[in-house]
Design a protein around this ligand. Structure first.
Ligand SMILES: Cc1ncc(COP(=O)(O)O)c(C=O)c1O
Length: 368
């Protein structure tokens, strides 16, 4: 079914589902095959589970339709990032990375790609982006909004400059999801995402994907997946597909909760450094408003120190400490404990799908 002209809710509910046929399920169950029957004349379709799986293809079709590209599913967000970096980069290449993005992407480059002797430039997401920053670059990785700080960069403007310098542009779109932002439509070449977060949204699976417009690059990524053996589990894939049907609803509630909490926390004496791209006046807001389709539920703020955060979590009934985001439950993560270069009391807050008044009451009470 062509869903291109339909709304977000319709697209996530129907994406990747087969045409209706009497007696068949709306969303077929997961296919767990290792080998498939070859028949007498050899392989003519799926032949081995590491190379192909119909449950992957159903979700890839749904996500690819949203991203507007060819989607290649991978077993986690880091599998998506590492597969792109390994597939695109060669020895001595220049790579531009966000200095304030997800720390494991930087760590992968420093610890696991040493044999490539890359020329790595780390730039903060809001810039400054010097005139010559992309000169000689092979790949530019952007992350916007960045995790954990919620800063944004102008994908279209940077992609134009990077392309003029001959570089490919990849965008980690995890915090936005394909409903929040479409990097390929803004000029990026590659979308990377951890679908562990809002896309699956129930805090119970790990998954990731890469979407690209270039078919040859998509085939290269599929080959890399197949040969590295880093493949998604069919059951996780099926759960993600089932969960994605409520993405529009969940994101709407999460953004509503984030907006209510941000409003309640603005000016609170215990809170400083409140940031959410959806908030008018936030340094990210103008660019975010132009390039994002909607804002998510992730925002950040600071309390006095680590003890103040521990007290806040202990007093709250609804907010749990957890190091992920985008799920049904509201969570808060003190990022300094993982080594992010942020103050000790810095919290990345992921607004869940609870009732807004309950959440605001609970958070304000926990801060008192
Ligand atoms: C922005 C971003 N990219 C990538 C990842 C890695 O995803 P995963 O944990 O699914 O490997 C994360 C995880 O937190 C993330 O926040």
């Amino acid at each position: 079914m062509d869903l291109g002209d339909l709304g977000d809710g319709t697209r996530v509910v129907h994406g990747g589902h087969p045409e209706p046929e009497a007696g068949t399920p709306l969303l077929p169950g997961p296919v767990f095959a290792a080998p498939y029957h070859l028949g007498e004349s050899g392989p003519s379709g799926d032949f081995y589970g590491r190379a192909g799986n119909p449950t992957w293809r159903a979700l890839e079709s749904a996500i690819g339709e949203l991203d507007d590209g060819h989607c290649v599913l991978l077993p986690s967000g880091m599998a998506a990032t590492s597969t792109v970096l390994r597939s695109v980069l060669g020895a001595g290449d220049k790579l531009v990375l966000p200095s304030d993005g997800y720390y494991a992407s930087r760590q992968f480059v420093t610890d696991e790609l040493t044999e490539l002797a890359l020329d790595v430039r780390e730039i903060p997401t809001p810039g400054p982006w010097a005139d010559d920053v992309f000169d000689g670059a092979r790949l530019v990785l952007l992350e916007t909004p960045s995790n954990p700080g919620g800063d944004v960069c102008d994908i279209a403007a940077l992609a134009e400059r990077a392309h003029a310098a001959g570089a490919l542009v990849a965008v980690d779109n995890t915090t936005a999801t394909p409903l929040g932002q479409r990097p390929l439509e803004l000029g990026a070449d590659i979308v990377i995402a951890s679908d562990t977060k809002a896309l699956s949204g129930h805090s119970d699976i790990l998954l990731g994907h890469v979407s690209v417009r270039d078919e040859e690059l998509a085939n290269r990524l599929v080959r890399a997946r197949s040969l590295s053996g880093a493949i998604p589990g069919p059951f996780e894939t099926w759960l993600a597909h089932r969960s994605m049907g409520t993405l529009d609803l969940r994101l709407s509630r999460q953004a509503e909760n984030a907006a209510a909490l941000v409003e309640a926390l603005a000016g609170h004496p215990a809170v400083s450094g409140l940031r959410w791209p959806g908030r008018a006046g936030d340094p990210s807001h103008e660019v975010a408003r132009r390039q994002m389709r909607r804002f998510g539920g992730v925002f950040c703020f600071e309390l006095a120190d680590a003890d103040a955060v521990a007290t806040f979590i202990a007093r709250s009934r609804l907010v749990v400490a957890a190091t992920s985001f985008g799920g049904l439950h509201s969570t808060a993560d003190r990022r300094a404990q993982w080594g992010d270069p942020v103050p000790e009391g810095f919290l990345r807050f992921s607004a869940g799908c609870e009732t807004p008044e309950d959440l605001v009451d609970d958070v304000l009470r926990a801060l008192t």
